[in-house]
Design a protein around this ligand. Structure first.
Ligand code: FNR
Length: 370
């Protein structure tokens, strides 16, 4: 069995029927600065808003009088059958939302058969999180998210730890080699408490700057990886690699050529470059370009079962949720996160039933014109 972890048993507050209810309740539990960190986007928040609007704008087309007693939400992903297509996205500093942090969200994911991606900026050692869920019978996939740097010794060492701990894939995030402006969080005076991230790779060391040089280019971008580093990583580990933060079809194709096993179509929940397309808009061109060679996952603004169904109907294999897990965590620790996942699963089942969709690999039939 996994190492026993002792989690707080917070009761589930009354009146939480949707993810929006969780959001409103979490707002009242977190202070302004912490809220700005978790819920804000970058700069003007244009992509943050666009993510949600784009899912809402897409229409579903109901089909009636179909027999659906054999319907289910199961999917195949990277060689495994999963009970449903919802995963928890890597989200940093979860202990700011609840003392149990990642241990709680990992437990909740395991209990709900949801995939779990541990952020490289977690407040719990990666081996501790893995040991707490690894042997749970119904759990979904357990993946580790890393930010690659060019320092190959550091990456090699990290990958060895991740493999030894039993993680089943690496999620390599490539859309945030420098932090985008975080207006809300700056105005709210948010500061990351020291010592909160225990698995973190240190930020690139300051470099002497000549006139005309900048930290952005000569420090952060100089330490950031490029395609050759991804090729090197591919040759270094046998773990499946998912590339997270791809929006351009040519980047998607390049990644497939390098040998990644899956792509996460993501704009970092509107926290990286602002004004980039909503993920619902970025997904279809990538689906066409990749043409089924690797599975595609998508995140950003997924808040309803209908959003999940639409993402899959557009060609994604699975979806991830970021902020909603934080809301559940703030509201009731592990139970709150499990509740968020369960609500989304219930809504997905209802959306499938009412659109006449028996299996998610037939979800495209739920779109108008199918
Ligand atoms: C993130 N995200 C993120 N991504 C990543 O690869 N590594 C990380 O450490 C983090 N940290 C993080 C913190 C917070 C507070 C948020 C909100 C997001 C991005 C995350 O994995 C995911 O792409 C988005 O959160 C998905 O959008 P929604 O569901 O939050 O709208």
């Amino acid at each position: 069995m996994g190492r026993a972890v002792s989690l707080r048993r917070d009761p589930l507050p009354a009146g939480l029927h949707t993810l929006a209810d969780h959001e409103a309740h979490a707002r009242s539990r977190l202070d302004d600065a912490t809220w700005a960190y978790f819920n804000g986007g970058s700069a003007d928040g244009i992509t943050l808003a666009a993510n949600r609007e784009a899912w809402g704008r897409l229409a579903l087309m109901p089909r009636v009088l179909r027999r659906l007693e054999h319907a289910h939400t199961r999917i195949q992903l990277l060689g495994r059958e999963l009970a449903h297509p919802i995963l928890l996205a890597p989200v940093a500093y979860q202990r700011l939302a609840h003392p149990d942090g990642e241990l709680a969200s990992a437990q909740a994911a395991a209990a709900q058969g949801a995939g779990f991606v541990l952020s490289s900026l977690a407040g719990t050692p990666l081996a501790t999180v893995a040991a707490s869920v690894r042997h749970q019978p119904e759990r979904g996939p357990l993946w580790f998210q890393m930010v690659m740097q060019r320092d190959r010794d550091a990456v090699r060492e990290r990958v060895a730890q991740v493999e030894a701990a039993g993680y089943e894939a690496l999620v390599v995030t490539v859309d945030a080699p420098v932090q985008a402006p975080r207006d809300l969080q700056w105005r709210a005076g948010f500061r990351i408490p020291p010592g909160l991230a225990v698995n973190e790779q240190p930020a690139p060391a300051p470099v002497p700057l000549a006139p005309g040089d900048s930290d952005v280019f000569q420090r952060f971008m100089a330490a950031a990886p490029d395609w050759s580093d991804l090729e090197w990583l591919r040759a270094t580990t046998r773990l499946p690699i998912l590339l997270k933060g791809v929006l351009h079809p040519q980047d998607a194709l390049h990644a497939v050529e390098v040998g990644v096993d899956a792509l996460v179509i993501s704009n970092h929940g509107g926290r990286a470059l602002d004004t980039v397309p909503a993920t619902a808009a970025a997904l279809p061109p990538i689906v066409r370009a990749v043409a089924g060679r690797v599975p595609l996952l998508v995140d950003g603004g997924i808040r309803r079962g209908t959003d999940v169904l639409k993402a899959i109907a557009l060609g994604a294999h699975a979806v991830l949720i970021g902020r909603p897990l934080v809301w559940g965590l703030a509201n009731a620790g592990a139970l709150g996160v499990a509740h968020v996942i369960r609500l989304l699963r219930d809504e997905l089942e209802i959306a499938m039933a009412l659109s006449g969709c028996e299996r998610l690999d037939q979800a495209a039939s739920a779109l108008p014109g199918a």
